[in-house]
Design a protein around this ligand. Structure first.
Ligand code: 3PG
Length: 412
């Protein structure tokens, strides 16, 4: 029986013929052995030599370990290992991020990055609207978008949700969204909520303000497209899908549905189960790249080292780059900073993320001492101070709502 080596250190590869991955590997084995175990398991090998593997199959389909740098291993998978039209992201993930986590010889392995060849990227459509499309809908060309998540997460009626959104829009917010745990509960049925919020947004539009609200349509695979179409017909201006709980296929099905003419906001609830451990799981930037391929128009990327969500600035920047880089043939995704946002934190977020970002606050709007409209105004004032480069404390001296927010929550 032939014995095959998956090592190809230093080999120059045609980037258009391989999917190139980077893994951080923790192991008691020599790192070369661990890297080879991954390349074998995820392509043509298994735990032992097998009589059915021949030179032809190996030379065409075996993965190659092309670099090892400390605990970082680069593995290249031939493009032919992937099944994109039928299979798609589920199949991609089962190759680059599948069985390898279970290998007993590895103490930990984290998929840090992935690059796809043009031939695979061409089979995806990417966002229909992207950041620019979203800005056009909102008539908001330059400043950061500023949004809210209706709070409490659950419990409000459709009428109270619509009232919240009307107040938030009257205070100047551009974006509203359902929270990830709200879909179609008895206290807030999705049809009634969508219609009530649509009326509130129409009223705002008549008063000269443009705002969208993402209705959470996260549900079973067999229902999500129909629900998206229904929700759109009830007047929704944006849809929200939880990508980790629903799957990438759900985002793609909704985004690529030709009948859907509104943007898709992608929430990442549950992502931390796989992204939080620095030595095991999947980096958020990989999730962001897949969401962009599948057509998400906006994506939660973390809070760049501030806010309540875990994740350092560098990680947030990498996620932002995955949403915005020019090296893939897709529209750019609007990066969303959400989780523990409040006015006093805005300058730090804008400093780290720049102006092409959507900053949204739930508690940081609804917790304002003078209510939702004042909370929305305070967020907008904070954005204005950052956009104009005026220190927030200075700006607050002439902006009552911002001053109250700073008094309550301070700055960062
Ligand atoms: C989200 O969907 O990102 C969270 O519900 C944010 O809520 P918070 O602004 O109150 O932290």
């Amino acid at each position: 029986m032939n014995s095959y080596s998956y090592m190809a250190l230093g080999e120059e590869l045609d980037k258009d013929a391989y999917v190139i991955t980077k893994y951080r590997v923790s192991t008691d084995l020599p790192i070369e052995k661990a890297a080879e175990a991954i390349a074998a398991e995820q392509s043509t090998g298994t735990w032992t030599g097998i009589s059915t593997l021949n030179d032809d199959v190996f030379s065409k389909y075996a993965a190659k370990v092309t670099a090892i740098d400390g605990d970082m291993v680069t593995i290249a998978y031939p493009e032919e290992d992937f099944s994109i039209r039928v299979g798609a992201v589920p199949q991609i993930l089962s190759v680059i991020s599948g069985n390898l986590y279970g290998l007993g010889a590895l103490k930990g392995v984290r998929l840090e990055d992935v690059e796809f060849p043009k031939g695979i990227l061409r089979q995806y459509k990417g966002p229909k609207f992207g950041d620019k499309g979203l800005r056009e809908i909102l008539h908001h060309p330059e400043k950061p978008l500023v949004g809210t998540i209706v709070k409490p997460k659950i419990g409000l009626s459709p009428e109270d949700t619509a009232k919240y959104i009307y107040e938030a829009g009257s205070g100047g917010l551009t974006n509203g969204k359902d929270d990830e745990t709200l879909v179609d509960q008895v206290f807030c049925p999705i049809e009634a909520r969508t219609k009530a919020v649509a009326e509130a947004l129409d009223r705002l539009r008549e008063e000269g303000h443009h705002m969208v609200h993402a209705i959470n349509i996260s549900t079973n695979g067999q229902d999500i497209r129909e629900l998206a179409e229904d929700v759109q017909s009830w007047g929704a201006t944006q849809l929200m899908v939880d990508v980790i709980t629903c799957g990438y296929g759900a985002v793609q099905a909704v985004a690529e549905d030709p009948k859907i003419k509104i943007p898709v906001h992608v929430h990442r609830t549950m992502h931390a189960a796989m992204t939080k451990d620095p030595y095991n799981g999947i980096a958020m930037r990989v999730i962001a790249k897949l969401v962009r391929m599948c057509g998400g128009d906006a994506l939660h990327i973390g809070t760049l080292g501030v806010g309540k969500m875990e994740g350092a600035i560098a990680e947030g920047k990498a996620n932002q780059d995955a949403c915005q880089s020019d090296d893939v043939p897709f529209k750019k995704v609007m990066p969303v900073c959400s989780g523990g946002m409040f006015p006093g934190i805005v300058p730090k977020v804008v400093e780290a993320a720049g102006n092409n970002v959507q900053i949204q606050a739930g508690g940081g709007v609804a917790g304002h001492p003078e209510g939702v409209r004042a909370g929305a105004k305070a967020m907008c004032q904070a954005i204005d101070s950052a956009f104009e480069g005026i220190p927030i404390e200075e700006y607050a001296k002439t902006h009552h709502e911002l001053q109250l927010a700073l008094d309550r929550w301070g700055t960062k």
